[in-house]
Design a protein around this ligand. Structure first.
Ligand code: AMP
Length: 404
């Protein structure tokens, strides 16, 4: 399958080249013709599958250039994701002579409102700022022909559904609606029934499936030993393109301090940091000036950072879905990657739930393989990650974790 066969116009195909894509990903191959045909589409596709282009390319072709009020609207749960989608759309817009902009909270209101008023075709927004703009008469959604709900599951988790309902009230009833979600659980199915019209389903990754080239391992360890193990693990694996996830903001700050102290190039991103700080951290990580990014789940979904070699879960995430999203940051678009989870004795039940959700047992790295012992770091001597067939089941973890 090639992009030429999908029914895309010449300017859009130029945009595909500008984006540097040669072959459509499965979600693109399936969704693009459907979107072009005007269908409502539900795609169960995680970030990393190429879903952004799967909706921006055909939608921008469909809407063309209008009179200046938005003809297509993309709503996302996080600012980072919105900015990222706008970046892709802006590349396309250059080839198609369309106008796109992004409206998110945490940055100045007036420039956004002015940019919208100067005339746009596609608007990418987060719910709060969008409602604000509509209610103050700075944007009208009455001409929107197509709506994209991106990361709909996340939107529900984050409590955005009442806001979404209000936004739907600003939109024409007759429109095309596309919904993207990593998981299709019951809550999402209900939402789909209420909002989409006779949708076509495109299922790219079954619920709970994880990326193929990804090697996962769990490292059972006492909570008190996590800082030392993390630093050792990062050193042993090579401190390059590492994403570390923590459960809470203060843990993220703490982890950053530990790695800082070790002389590593690290930054962190969480909800307590300003939008400017978050963007700066992301761009420094993207450009490679920083090797390690510590984050909370707020950015686990949606953020597109390429070439991540290692995802390290400093804490086991609360929700199994978050685990999938976290580890989905690595091994993207065919590359290989590793995902390590530091598992405290108190997190065992949570991790079992994750394994149940995945439908697979995650191999355990044995204590003998740990890159430290007795407070002293024992190097791995370049030994590759050993895959063990046994899992966390069996109850020996606590004992091993307590050894010391
Ligand atoms: P997304 O799922 O939209 O966040 O995309 C994930 C990553 O895959 C991004 O870095 C895209 O630039 C990249 N990508 C998307 N479509 C293609 C394609 N057809 N060929 C190569 N890379 C792609």
């Amino acid at each position: 399958m090639t992009f030429d066969e999908l029914g895309l116009s010449k300017p859009i195909l130029r945009a595909v080249s500008a984006l540097g894509y040669n072959t459509p990903t499965p979600v693109q191959a399936q969704a693009i013709p459907l979107v072009l045909a005007g269908a409502d589409v539900v795609a169960a596709a995680q970030t990393g599958t190429g879903k952004t282009a799967a909706f921006t390319l055909p939608l921008m072709q469909r809407i063309g250039r209008g009179k200046g009020v938005p003809l297509a609207l993309v709503v996302t749960p996080t600012r980072e994701l919105a900015v990222q989608i706008e970046r892709v759309a802006a590349i396309i817009a250059k080839e198609t002579d369309q106008r796109v902009t992004v409206a998110v909270g945490g940055v100045k209101y007036r420039p956004q409102a002015n940019r919208i008023k100067s005339g746009i075709d596609l608007l990418v927004a987060t719910p709060g700022r969008l409602i604000d703009l509509v209610e103050h008469g700075n944007v009208s959604l009455a001409s929107v022909q197509a709506l994209v709900l991106d990361e709909a599951d996340r939107m529900l988790d984050m409590g955005f559904w009442p806001s979404m309902r209000r936004i739907l009230g600003f939109l024409p009833d007759v429109r095309q609606t596309l919904l993207f979600s990593a998981t299709l659980d019951e809550a999402i199915t209900q939402l789909i029934d209420g909002v989409l019209h006779d949708p076509v389903y495109v299922e790219i990754a079954r619920q709970g499936t994880t990326v193929e080239q990804l090697e996962q391992a769990v490292l059972p360890v006492e909570q008190s030993q996590k800082p030392e193990l993390l630093a050792a693990l990062v050193r042993q694996r090579g401190a390059d393109r590492v994403l570390v996830f923590t459960k809470m903001k203060n843990r993220a700050d703490f982890v950053k301090t530990i790695l800082d102290r070790d002389g590593l190039r690290v930054t962190c991103i969480h909800a307590n940091r300003s939008q400017q700080q978050r963007e700066r951290a992301l761009s420094r990580f993207r450009s490679g000036r920083i090797d390690i990014l510590v984050a909370t789940d707020i950015i686990a979904r949606g953020i597109d950072i390429s070439d991540i070699d290692h995802v390290i879960n400093y804490d086991v995430p609360e929700n199994p879905e978050d685990y999938v999203h976290r580890i989905g940051r690595t091994a993207r678009a065919g590359a290989s990657g590793y995902a390590f989870t530091l598992l405290g004795p108190d997190e065992l039940t949570q991790f079992r739930e994750i394994e149940y959700f995945l439908g697979q047992q995650v191999p355990v790295l044995d204590i003998e393989d740990f890159p430290y012992r007795e407070g002293r770091i024992i190097p791995f001597a370049g030994r590759p990650v050993k895959k063990r067939s046994h899992s966390v089941y069996g109850g020996s973890i606590t004992r091993r974790g307590r050894r010391r």
